[in-house]
Design a protein around this ligand. Structure first.
Ligand code: PLP
Length: 431
């Protein structure tokens, strides 16, 4: 078998998988350790054909896959690896560019800067911000806090009680103190309670993980400006929705941020991983991260070496898949999909509201619905367990005001109204 023949088989496998994924159980129905136990415990001595890898993918690994590409994956934040993105990943691996210097990867470096500018335009961000791509929002937020500490010389991070644990983890890794600010009844940070003495950074969230609430960024920006505190905005999930002008209310004040993260691998149809990090203060990022040993020095002038703006030296050609998505969807294609996800969430929410014995537990700005059955936490947890064990849907939960709440997030390009209806009927019947 040649690379070409194996390649055709791999692409056929991918196409067949995407056609039949809706028929597979969304949540892997395996016990811990089961997959590993079915695999040889030592590597093969002799080379095997690629076809053997494909066979074992089907026979051994697939039962252990939780299908993020399934139209009824509604847990956490549902995502889509779109077909153009998948193919571009193949091409990026083929090129295997390692973009630490402009010289080592001119096209990767320049395309990365360009797609970040393109997305900035699509989201209505100010012109002229520096954007580059990290692997995940966890790394983007870590990088932003490193820049904030380096710039301010302070050691305290402030965020709301609903900020993602990535902020806690970054603060812990950096040895910074973390202060949590309570949220109001609508789960938005109480900006009036901000105490910013000695604060290096505030992490404000547009689209919190539990409820997708939107912190009052403009009011937080006022306080940060007065205190000389860095403002980092985590819009990992909801940022992509700003392609729709009618949702831009959620970005009010974001133009005053020092840094901003949006995950294209969450709601911009781009395969994992692709986290866009912009800053209005690129010089501060460069001061924090630039460290160029002799063996990396070049004589190139007027170039950006992206390793000088973040933690990693070797960097993947991540912009290729996002570029493919932006071109093959077009701005209008992105807008119509975001609007459809929100329409479906609105519909689901209306069914919950109309059903006696069920309640919606948080305002719904985007495509994630928080709801519960009247009754105990144990009863709601049992509904979740049984729904997920059915293999028909996969949803997740959170805790709001001390109570267990079910959470249905719509974000897959493959989800239809029939899928959302099936989810509701299953949950309602289990309730
Ligand atoms: C608001 C928010 N920030 C950060 C993250 C972390 O994202 P990542 O997995 O890219 O580190 C998430 C993940 O869901 C999130 O919802």
């Amino acid at each position: 078998m040649t690379f070409r023949d194996d390649g055709y088989r791999a692409v056929d496998w991918a196409a067949d998988y995407l056609e039949r994924v809706a028929e597979l159980p969304v949540l892997a129905q395996v016990e811990p350790g089961e997959i590993r136990a079915r695999l040889p415990q030592s590597p093969p001595e002799e080379p095997e054909p690629f076809g053997a890898v494909l066979r074992d993918l089907d026979e051994i690994l697939l039962p252990g896959v939780t299908h993020w590409q399934h139209p009824r994956f509604f847990a956490y934040f549902a995502t889509t690896a779109s077909e153009p993105g998948i193919l571009a990943e193949l091409l990026a691996a083929t090129l295997n560019s390692v973009g630490f210097l402009w010289r080592t990867a001119p096209a990767s470096t320049e395309l990365e800067l360009l797609v970040c500018d393109w997305v900035a335009q699509l989201l209505g961000l100010p012109a002229g911000w520096h954007g580059h791509i990290e692997d995940t929002a966890s790394t983007s937020t870590l990088a932003a806090l490193i820049a904030a500490r380096h710039t301010t010389g302070r050691n305290v991070v402030v965020c709301s009680e609903h900020a993602h644990s990535a902020a806690d983890k970054a603060a812990r890794m950096l040895g910074m103190e973390l202060r949590k600010i309570p949220a109001a009844d609508d789960f938005r940070m109480r900006a009036d309670l901000l105490e910013l003495d000695a604060a290096a950074a505030v992490v404000a969230t547009v689209g919190t993980t539990s409820t997708t609430s939107v912190d009052p960024v403009a009011a937080i920006a006022d306080r940060c400006e007065a205190a000389g505190t860095w403002l980092h905005v985590d819009a990992a999930y909801a940022g992509s929705a700003m392609v729709c002008p009618e949702l831009r209310w959620a970005f009010e004040g974001v133009d005053r941020a020092d840094s901003l993260v949006v995950n294209a691998h969450k709601w911009m149809y781009t395969p994992m991983d692709c986290s866009l990090l912009w800053t209005s203060r690129p010089d501060e990022f460069r001061n924090a991260f630039s460290l160029v040993p002799e063996f990396l020095r070049t004589t190139d002038e007027d170039v950006l070496n992206l390793s000088e703006y973040g933690p990693a030296l070797g960097r993947r050609f991540r912009s290729l898949k996002l570029w493919a998505v932006l071109r093959c969807y077009g701005a209008e294609g992105l807008r119509s999909r975001i609007r459809e996800a929100i329409r479906l969430a609105e519909l689901f929410e209306s069914w919950v509201r109309a059903e006696p014995g069920w309640e919606v537990c948080a305002p719904r700005p985007f495509s994630t619905v928080c709801f519960r059955r009247h009754g105990s936490d144990e009863e709601n947890a049992a509904i979740l367990e049984r729904a997920n064990a059915s293999g028909e849907i996969f949803i997740s939960h959170t805790k709001l005001n001390g109570r267990c709440v079910l959470r249905l997030a719509i974000g897959s390009d493959r989800t239809t109204e029939a899928d959302v209806r099936l989810a509701w009927e299953l949950l309602r019947d289990l309730g």
